[in-house]
Ligand binder design. Sequence first.
Ligand SMILES: Cc1cc2nc3c(=O)[nH]c(=O)nc-3n(C[C@H](O)[C@H](O)[C@H](O)COP(=O)(O)OP(=O)(O)OC[C@H]3O[C@@H](n4cnc5c(N)ncnc54)[C@H](O)[C@@H]3O)c2cc1C
Length: 351
Amino acid sequence: MTLRQLPPLPARRLPPRVEHRLAVELNATVVGRTDLTDAVMVLRVRPDEALPFAAGQYVSLGMMLDGRLVQRPYSPASSPAQRELELLVRHVRGGELTPHLWRLANGDRVRLGRAKGLFRLEDDDERQHLFVATGTGVAPMIAMIGELLQRPSQPKITLLHGVGHQRELAFADRIGAWQRFIRLMKAKQAQHPGNDLELLGPVNVFFNRLPYADDLPHWGVEDYWATPAEMVASNGGDCEDYSIAKYFALKELGVPIRRLRITYVKAASLNRAHMVLAYYPEPDAQPLILDNLSDEVKPASQRPDLTPVYSFNDEDLLIARAGERGFRAGSALQVRIWRGLLDKLEQELKY
Ligand SMILES: Cc1cc2nc3c(=O)[nH]c(=O)nc-3n(C[C@H](O)[C@H](O)[C@H](O)COP(=O)(O)OP(=O)(O)OC[C@H]3O[C@@H](n4cnc5c(N)ncnc54)[C@H](O)[C@@H]3O)c2cc1C
């Protein structure tokens, strides 16, 4: 008997218990989307529960279409430390899934499957890394580069990225832009050594261009202080991250830390606690304020909307007093979360 002659199998329904188990659970929510071109978008998806993956791996993204789950693999470009997954997706005309992905809007529910794949970085690999990608193939490499930038060994990284449209480059370029910026600022500093003021404006504006993101959706925890590399690689942060990133960038550019103070303030415009970076040209001088709410670096006297509460840097912690410079309240290590950040930085980049 040939295969064609086999009698058809009798139709059999699965027991209800099994059918129930097969019911698909939509377990993630679309929280954002940026269209780089008509055919390429960055889709941000937040899983209900943390979805562990290693940089370079892929996850499946699915939607219910006509009562069945249609899913395809996509490689997150985001850091595994981030709660939200950032996916770089190309619209494939006539494809089964991507035309439907194009209709997704914030709040829509989707299915994310667990991470798989052997395309991963090796631990402690100090060799130079060369990444070559076209189009959306760059996504897992962005996650990997983000991780490499945080390694103490700082391996050299080269990325060759071929795209059909220049706007697609912007996504992969965000890390390179930061490194070029620091190089440019170092050149400026070498030309006019000690001219801190020249650096304040560009550093303020550079970091202010990164999108604001609250800790809970971005990192999955109530309060997270990102290192500068994490903020740039994850493409976002909250007011604390902006201030910390500016602090470390200026410190790296040679500004003495005694002139810099990360300052907790009450912000009248926000009606809540806020963080800024204050620059003191002299110990008792009026500070200049670097704030993610303003691209202009203004003297504190022109920021009546801010009331300082306490401030700190690598050296110490000051509690502010109305109209006074503040009194020393001990070591900055008393700011618990600051200590945690410094520990992370020790392990991380020296950019
Ligand atoms: C490990 C892995 C990781 C992936 N990561 C990503 C990612 O990060 N971003 C991303 O956009 N895609 C990624 N893909 C591809 C993705 O899984 C889907 O194949 C793609 O989105 C098309 O799905 P679709 O259902 O719309 O098309 P389908 O109905 O599956 O395919 C329709 C036709 O289009 C072809 N096709 C599929 N993809 C493309 C393409 N990019 N250009 C032209 N033709 C294509 C198929 O071969 C098929 O002939 C990845 C695939 C794998 C295997």
